[in-house]
Design a protein around this ligand. Structure first.
Ligand code: NOJ
Length: 542
């Protein structure tokens, strides 16, 4: 057992609450559903997944037009998900088994139905007017500037009643709070305090680099890009220095409670932005997502380059955080492709995620290889899907119900599921994969267990093994006497290499874990042979 804090040592598991487990038959997942599935996540034995922390997508009262990322009341639990007592029970149940619970905090915007915004839009002199970002148009019928929203289109929404525009970095029903107003800042710190007092172990901070915009609303410089959002270089509407300062304030408050953590969603296509939120490891966020990694296409070289960049640029004392997918993007199993090698690729990706230096975040369903589902237009729920269909199919495909068994509705609900269950549930489900020792699920379990047993994997240094054949990504994790080599064959060919390993501490390597068997065996002197998509995790000691 290491003395690293849990958020460095452990594995975080993202739960899309509405899609995980439904306890009351209303077709939507809920908190009691999660309580019923805690043994699956961690029952303290090798037969459970063994994750250390869960992160719940937003559970506050919400009109649910954006999966809960449109909050109506920060100090509540939405009745669709349960009650505050259920939340307390879930928190206690997690703590009893040594797990942590992180919740999602949407600090950048509220729902347009939030009473603050209802007041704010009522009149120009309402006391809550300045809680949101209101501006005059630059000319009749023209929004205040030419910014483009992350969700595309102008981020300015004209409001007839008071003849001004309000700003929304995301969708028009998600007005941005005005963080320049000290009352807003104070209120949001209160929200943090409220949940910290309840005992939550940390927060995932939605759009943390969007809290502030340029005060002068200067237009962004133009650039080339694949869609309108990328036609601008977003220097004035995101990642402003004031957002970093706010992150420091949040950290300051968080540090007055023992052992809590902040994990920022830094939404950007600039690598530098993510590391900026890691400060020197103590004055900014504990973790921040490295989106670049989640966008890499299937290639050993590209993953190695992406990780290498982060390792090089992360501030001293900062800590990496990796994920392969989440509720906003195509599920890994589909995105990584591979046809008949899809399962094998998913195993390679899992091994990489769970053995790199940094905290891994798994998205529920990834461990059973749930694909990106094709959700028909008529049942689509995601506003990005309905708005841009057929150009975009939105994010519903990543949010279909968790596949627990081959029973009706994949064992997710006894009612009518809010999104259709993906047909793959007939063979891709927890119950069936649990029985197959070689399944992806059992592979995740073994890797998570290995990680928890080896300090080198939790805390060790990271060093690339150079000069490996094309399509191989190989690295060392070392801590004190412990040396672990992770060899990942991204190709569907057999590759051999020898010198590279022999040069590293001789040939006394023993196989710890392998996708293709041979565990516990010493590797033969002078030869490493990796079969198509093989993963070998080897160990030697000084
Ligand atoms: C990022 C969240 O992950 C996404 O689901 C949400 O729609 C936007 N932020 C807006 O809150």
């Amino acid at each position: 057992m290491s003395d690293l804090p849990w958020w460095k040592r452990g594995v975080i598991y993202e739960i899309p609450v509405a899609s995980f487990a439904d306890s009351d038959g209303d077709g939507k997942g809920d908190l009691r559903g999660i309580i019923q599935k805690l043994d699956y996540l961690n029952d303290g034995t090798a037969s459970s997944l063994g994750v250390d922390a869960i992160w719940l997508t937003p559970t506050n009262a919400s009109p649910m037009r954006d999966f809960g990322y449109d909050v109506r009341d920060y100090y509540s639990i939405d009745p669709r998900f349960g009650t505050m007592a259920d939340f307390g029970e879930l928190l206690e149940a997690c703590h009893e088994r040594g797990m942590r619970l992180m919740t999602d905090l949407v600090l950048n915007h509220t729902s347009e139905e939030h009473p603050w915004f209802v007041e704010s839009r009522a009149s120009r002199d309402n006391p809550k007017r300045d809680w949101y970002v209101w501006r005059d148009g630059r000319a009749p019928g023209k929004p205040p500037n030419r910014w483009v929203s992350v969700a595309e289109g102008s981020p300015w929404q004209y409001d007839d009643a008071t003849d001004q525009y309000y700003y929304h970095a995301f969708l028009d029903f998600q007005p941005d709070l005005n963080w320049r107003n000290p009352e807003v800042r104070r209120e949001m710190l209160n929200v943090l305090e409220f949940w910290l007092d309840k005992g939550v172990d940390g927060f995932r901070l939605d759009l943390i680099n969007f809290l502030y915009e340029d005060e002068l609303l200067r237009d962004n410089p133009r650039r080339l890009g694949r869609r309108p959002y990328f036609w601008q270089h977003h220097i004035y509407d995101r990642s402003r220095p004031e957002s970093l300062e706010a992150a420091r304030d949040l950290r300051g408050l968080c540090d007055t409670y023992p052992d809590r953590a902040l994990m920022g969603e830094v939404c950007t296509d600039e690598r530098d932005d993510a590391v900026a939120y890691l400060g020197d490891g103590s004055d900014s966020l504990h973790l921040s997502f490295y989106l670049d990694f989640a966008r890499v296409r299937w290639s050993a070289e590209r993953f190695r380059e992406s990780v290498g960049w982060l390792e090089k640029h992360i501030p001293a004392g900062g800590w990496p955080c990796y994920y392969l997918n989440n509720h906003d993007m195509s599920r890994t199993f589909t995105r990584l492709g591979g046809g008949r090698y899809a399962e094998a690729r998913a195993k390679v990706a899992a091994a990489m995620l769970l053995t790199l230096r940094g905290t891994p975040v798994i998205y529920a369903g990834e461990e059973i290889g749930m694909p990106m589902s094709k959700v028909p237009r008529r049942v689509m729920k995601d506003p990005l899907g309905t708005k841009y269909w057929p150009l975009s199919h939105g994010r519903d495909g990543a949010r279909t119900p968790m596949q627990w068994s081959a029973e009706k509705n994949a064992g997710f609900t006894s009612g009518e599921p809010w999104l259709p269950v993906d047909p793959s549930y007939a063979h891709r489900n927890v119950e069936d994969l649990d029985r197959d020792p070689d399944s992806l699920l059992n592979w995740y379990r073994r890797l998570i267990r290995l990680r928890s047993e080896r300090l080198a994997l939790q805390a060790g240094s990271y060093r690339v093994i150079e000069d490996t054949p094309k399509g191989v990504y190989a690295y060392l994790r070392e801590s004190g006497e412990q040396r672990i080599a992770v060899l990942l064959n991204f190709t569907s060919r057999t590759v051999t290499f020898a010198k590279q390993m022999d040069a590293l501490y001789g040939a006394a390597w023993k196989t710890l874990v392998s996708t293709h068997g041979a565990e516990g065996e010493p590797t033969p002197h002078g030869g490493i042979r990796l079969r198509p998509c093989e993963v070998l995790i080897l160990e030697t000691s000084a």
